[in-house]
Design a protein around this ligand. Sequence first.
Ligand code: NAI
Ligand code: SOE
Length: 390
Amino acid sequence: MQNLNVGLIGGGFMGKAHSLAYAAMPMFFWPAPAMPVRKVIAEATDELAGEAARRFGFENSTSDWRSIIDDPDIHVVDIATPNHLHAEIAIAAAEAGKHIICEKPLARTGEESKAMYDAVKNTDLVHMVAFNYRRTPAVALAKKYIEEGAIGRVISFRGTYLQDWSADPNSPLSWRFQKSIAGSGALGDIGTHVIDMARYLVGEFSSVNSIMSTWIPERPLQSGGADKLGNVSGGDGPRGAVDVDDEVLTMVKFANGAIGSIEATRNAHGRNNFLTFEIHGSEGSIVFNYERRDELQVAFASDPADRKGFRTVYTGPATPYGEGLWPIPALGIGYGETKIIEAYDFFKAIAEGGSVSPNFADGYQTALIDDAIIDSAETGAWVDVAKIDS
Ligand code: NAI
Ligand code: SOE
C-alpha cells in the first residue's frame, strides 16, 4: 500500500471536508487503496496556513501554493480555493505531473474549464472534479436501479437545489457573489451539483431554456476571507453590487429524448440543503432528497394494484459503498461520508492506474451546460449545448 503525499490548497469549508476525508478514508475502506499523507496545506497568509496545518493535521504549511507545485515529494494537488484560482493551479499542477482533485465548479467559464481539460487530457494523471453528492450511497443506488432497468426507460428528471443562506440582504458580499471570483451565482455554485446528478443518472444535455434572477442586487462589502455562508451580518457599512444570479430555472431536453427541469436558489427561506430529484421511467419512479440522504423512495409499475406506491429503501451494507460504511442500514450517512467515498474512489484510481468520474471532462461539459443556460437566460431562446471535443 503506497503513501501518497497531498498538497491541499485552501483551508476553508472544503479544506476541512477534504482533510477529514483523508484522515478517515482508510478507517472506512480497509485495506485502503493508498494512504493519503497530509503533507502540506496552503492558505492565503502564513498565519492562516499555520493554523490550518495544526487544525487539519498537515505536516507543513505555506502561503505560496506554487511551492506545492514545485515540490517533487507531492503526488496529489487538492484545489479547495474559491473558483477563480482553480484553472491557474490545476494547469500548473498538471504541467508538474501531479494528480489533481479540484472542487466544483471546475472553473468560472467553459473557456477556463477547457484549458484545464486540455492540460490533463493527454496525460496519465488522475483528475477529478468534486461533485461529491453523486457519491451519496442513495444516489449511487438510484444509478444502479436505472442501469438495471428497474424503472424502464427514463422519461423525465426534476431536480432542485434550494438553500436559504443568502436570503438575508445583510449577509456580506463574499466571493460567491462576485462574478470575477465565482463565475456565476446559484448556477455554478449549486445548480452544477444538480446538472452533475442529471448527467450521471439520465445522460447528456441537448438543449436548455432558462431564466435567471438576482433578487438582492447589493450587499455589505467584505474584503477577502472565507465565505461564512450567511452566518455573519455584513453590518451597516458600504455596499457593493452583486453581479451574479441568485436563482436559476431551466428546462432541459436530454440527448436520449428525456425531458427535465432544474431549479437552484440560495434565497429560499426554510430550505437548507434541499438537493432533490424525482425521476420517472416507463416502469417506475425514483425520488431522492439529500436532507433525508439515507433514504431512496422507489415505486414500480409492476407492483400489484393494491400495493402500488412509493416505498423507502434505507442504504446500508447491501447498497453501494456499503462494504466500507456503517454496518446497519440508516445508522446515518453524513456530508463527511460523501467526501470519504470521493477520496476512496480518487485514490483507488491513482493506485490502480485508472481514471475516475466525474473528471475534468465532466467538469468541462458541465461548464458548457452552464454557458448555454446563461446564454438562454439572456436571449430567452432554447440554446443547444455544445459538446466537448474529447
Ligand atoms: P471558503 O471561503 O470557506 O474557503 C476558501 C479558502 O481559500 C479561504 O480560507 C481562503 O483564505 C483560501 N484562499 C484564498 N486564496 C488563497 C490562496 N491564494 N492560497 C491558498 N488559500 C487561499 O470556501 P469553500 O466553501 O471552502 O469553497 C472552496 C471551493 O469549494 C469552491 O470552489 C466551492 O465552490 C467549493 N465547494 C464545494 C462544496 C461541495 O459540496 N463539493 C461545498 C463548498 C464549497
Ligand atoms: C454554498 O451554496 C455551498 O457551500 C456550495 O458551495 C456547495 O457546493 C454545496 O455543496 C453546499 O452549499
